[in-house]
Design a binder for this molecule. Structure first.
Ligand code: ANZ
Ligand code: ZN
Length: 800
């Protein structure tokens, strides 16, 4: 008996796969392609974390299985390498971020190779390579030409510690997602991408893809489409209307006051008419110190100031109502003004309670106020809407408002345009030039890429401008339009840029004339299956779907959607059940697991540790258990005897296992697949000898999870060629369940024993076997059988 030595086996096979290019995929229209994808990592200085291999292994299992099934699998890896950590390290240590990035990439690649992923390394990409970001810039230019990229003076979320503008998505609970500092607001002229122009399609096209429900739901909520109406309220005695956006025009008879946001232009416009203008200015100042998050989700204790000197008229019942200023109404949504219906809106209810405003019910129900559930009650106190359900009333109210010219139906989105400028060095330069005469002019496509210049200091300027602004040779250029001296844009793109289209580049990574050839895109895209973290559902996944649709509209890609299927894995927690972090000291390094137990153990454990889509806690005992299991598999080789058929005793279980493992791998149920394989190996050991065919099938089924060990066993058993080039076993439908049962035998109505017999056996066979059973035999021996009642598969009843 030889000893299982994973370190030697794994290095050996990794070298063979590299030398033989085992996992290379080539465009071949005669073969069915399969394009699985995992999110490419940011190559951080810390190296790979045990969280990374979970999705990579899972999709590697599927990729390896599909290859064995004969599909042309393109499984790839690359580096999303622009970003703040490398730049911050560069600032602190005065080393070019490109140098740090390259070092980190080498480290990551080495670690991944040591886990034995079946990536086609010839397709490796790096978003910081000018040959790559040339195309990121090219896509930006196409968007600019389509009117989807524009400059706008916007209030940006400004992190005073990172000195960088943040996208809304990078602000978590009012704090910078990276460093935790309180985010401030700052006005800046920034490049924006008009993702809102695609909001409807980003929701509607979800119908055509197979994404996990939780992923679809979170995208839909993030985009936040709502249907309602813009309704105009006359300002009393003025030639001016105050327009509100409401999703509940059916509640308009319940309006008891209006509220405008502190930034609403009407305040300045009527400053002379407003009697308490000073108090309002004071309130405006207080509101400016709060974030949107504090003003909305966190806003429990409502504040506000009533406007003296202005009032509004409800267009449906002509009642005069007061107008308030309050910070719970945001300027950036709808029209920045609302009609308040305290009986049926939670926020308005809180406000009305605090300031003692009238509360008028317009839906009849048993519940306490506020009744916000649209299903509850029928309309009351509402004139022509009385008696209707909310959905009927809503339709009727909108029709009425439109007919009378009081407003119009309106769809609104929570989604905002994407702030695309960063005042940082380590990102793709935005390929735009500013000319005094021509304004903003795009760089000629033939002059791409606009490369990042070498610079001395990466520190952003105190004014918040990019470090590139200090490099005269970079900034000063000529206008692509008129040829006069002009200045380059010095902002760079956000980290989300390069990852918005990388899956297209894998199809044809070395192309110099296009982001990928049409032939390659037609063959390989869309991605068949994309797995990634839930935390990327609203950012990366939405951004890349948006870019893809833009490319679809200009005929660059053949499909509307980039990814046909999207799944998400759960996070791996430390052994203490907490999120792994350096400060907690609960971080597990995959290198240590590979050194002590082997890559196949790491892979098996990560697939066995629990339900793939849920969080799972690391367990050292679990790792040891998986290692023991693989040792037992290694020793199965000693049981192998000649034989081209399955052992009779194992035939049913083997067929069941082929079916279950194949289905489970496809459904991300790796833990139950491995449990089934463990059961089969236990049966094999109990039997004491197995045929070559038993063994061959067994190691083929396990191969996607433990590829090195099984490939080695294949070779040791003397099978032909390589396991990775054999084919996936098929099961026999007729051999999935055991035909034999334990048939109860009664003598004179009393249970006397059980016999093992086929469900379809004849009465003669049953009687013969009953005679052979010692216990039954004592009751029927030498007796005359008066009657025999035999129900095949159920019972044998003998009367003597
Ligand atoms: C009257 C009303 C009655 C409302 C009712 C709701 C319930 P969603 O669904 O999120 O789109 N609203 C509109 N603009 C706002 C703003 N700028 N800041 C804060 N709140 C605003 O929400 C739309 C509803 O949010 C609108 O419908 C409006 O209140 C409020 F029983 O109008 B509603
Ligand atoms: Zn010019």
């Amino acid at each position: 008996m030889k000893e299982y030595n994973p370190n030697a086996i794994e290095k050996k096979w990794q070298k063979i796969w590299r030398d033989e290019k085992t996992f290379k995929s080539e465009l071949d229209p005669n073969k069915k392609k399969f394009y699985p994808l995992v999110e490419f990592p940011y190559p951080s200085g810390q190296g790979l974390h045990v969280g990374h291999p979970r999705p990579y292994t899972a999709i590697d299992v599927v990729a390896r299985k599909r290859r064995l099934e004969g599909e042309n699998v393109m499984y790839t890896m690359g580096w999303d390498a622009f970003g703040l950590p490398a730049e911050n390290y560069a600032i602190a240590n005065k080393i070019h971020p490109a140098i740090i990035t390259e070092k980190n990439i080498d480290h990551f690649r080495g670690q991944m190779e040591s886990i034995g992923f079946s990536f086609d390394w010839d397709r490796e990409i790096n978003t910081t390579d000018p040959e790559y970001y040339k195309w990121t810039q090219w896509i930006f230019l196409q968007m600019y030409k389509m009117g989807l990229a524009y400059k706008s003076e916007t209030s940006v979320n400004w992190c005073p510690s990172c000195l960088v503008g943040l996208a809304n998505e990078e602000v978590v609970d009012g704090k910078c997602e990276r460093c935790g500092a309180d985010v401030e607001h700052k006005l800046k002229n920034q490049w924006m991408l008009k993702i809102t122009a695609y909001a409807d399609r980003l929701i509607d096209d979800l119908d055509g893809v197979d994404f996990e429900d939780r992923i679809k739901t979170s995208q839909i909520n993030w985009i936040g489409r709502s249907h309602g109406a813009d309704v105009n309220f006359q300002i009393k005695g003025k030639d001016e209307k105050l327009t509100v956006y409401t999703t509940r025009p059916d509640t308009i008879f319940g309006v008891s006051y209006m509220v405008v946001s502190p930034e609403h232009p009407i305040l300045k416009k009527f400053k002379n008419e407003i009697k308490n203008y000073e108090a309002i200015v004071d309130y405006q100042h207080k509101a400016s110190l709060k974030s949107d998050f504090e003003r909305s989700e966190l806003n429990k204790d409502k504040t506000g100031v009533m406007i003296y000197g202005l009032s509004a008229i409800n267009p449906l019942n002509d009642k005069e109502i007061p107008i308030w200023v309050s910070d719970y109404v945001l300027m950036g949504y709808g029209t920045g003004a609302i009609m308040a219906v305290p009986a049926h809106d939670e926020r308005d209810f809180e406000f009305a309670k605090k300031f003692d405003m009238p509360i008028v019910r317009v839906y009849d129900s048993e519940e306490d106020l506020p009744v916000t559930d649209i299903e509850k009650g029928i309309s009351i106190n509402s004139d022509f809407l009385n008696g209707l359900s909310a959905s009927e009333a809503k339709k009727k109210a909108i029709a009425y408002i439109e007919e009378k010219g009081l407003g119009k139906a309106k769809t609104n989105f929570k989604l905002r345009d994407w702030v695309f400028s960063r005042q940082r060095y380590w990102g793709e330069p935005i390929p735009m030039v500013y000319c005094e005469d021509c304004g903003w002019v795009p760089v000629d496509e033939k002059d791409l890429p606009v490369k990042l210049p070498e610079i001395e200091s990466y520190t952003p300027t105190a004014t918040g401008e990019s470090p590139l602004a200090k490099i005269d040779e970079f900034v000063n250029t000529t206008c692509p339009h008129c040829g006069k001296p002009a200045k380059r844009e010095t902002d760079t793109m956000p980290q989300w840029a390069g990852s918005s289209w990388y899956y297209l580049r894998y199809a044809d990574p070395h192309n110099k004339d296009a982001l990928a050839s049409k032939e390659a895109l037609d063959y390989y895209t869309p991605v068949d299956w994309y797995n990634g973290g839930m935390e990327h559902t609203t950012l990366h996944l939405l951004y890349s779907r948006f870019w893809h649709k833009v490319l679809y509209d200009i005929g660059v890609v053949p499909t509307k959607e980039p990814y046909m299927k999207r799944t998400s894995h759960g996070m791996i927690l430390g052994p203490d059940g907490q999120k792994m972090s350096k400060s907690r000291g609960n971080v597990i390094n995959p290198d240590d697991i590979i050194r002590d137990f082997g890559a196949d153990t790491l892979r098996t454990y990560e697939m066995f540790m629990g339900d793939f889509s849920s969080v799972a806690k690391w367990s050292d005992e679990g790792v040891k258990g998986c290692r023991k299991y693989l040792e037992r598999v290694y020793n199965l080789l000693d049981l192998v005897v000649d034989g081209d058929e399955y052992s009779k005793e194992l035939e049913i279980l083997t067929n069941q296992t082929i079916k279950k493992v194949g289905e489970d791998y496809e459904n991300l149920k790796f833990n139950t697949a491995i449990a089934q394989l463990m059961t089969l190996s236990n049966e094999m050991r109990a039997l004491g000898k197995i045929t070559k065919k038993d063994f061959k099938t067994y190691i083929t089924l396990l191969n996607p999870v433990a590829p090195h060990l099984t490939e080695e066993l294949w070779e040791m058993a003397g099978f032909d060629g390589r396991l990775s080039q054999t084919s996936w076993p098929s099961f026999d439908k007729n051999k999935l369940s055991l035909d034999e049962i334990d048939l109860p035998v009664q003598v004179n109505g009393k249970m006397r024993g059980k016999i093992k017999i086929s469900k379809t056996a004849s009465q003669e066979e049953a009687l013969a076997l009953a005679n052979l059973d010692n216990n039954v035999n004592t009751y029927i021996k030498d007796k005359e059988l008066r009657k025999v009642i035999y129900v095949p598969g159920k019972i044998l009843n003998i009367v003597v």
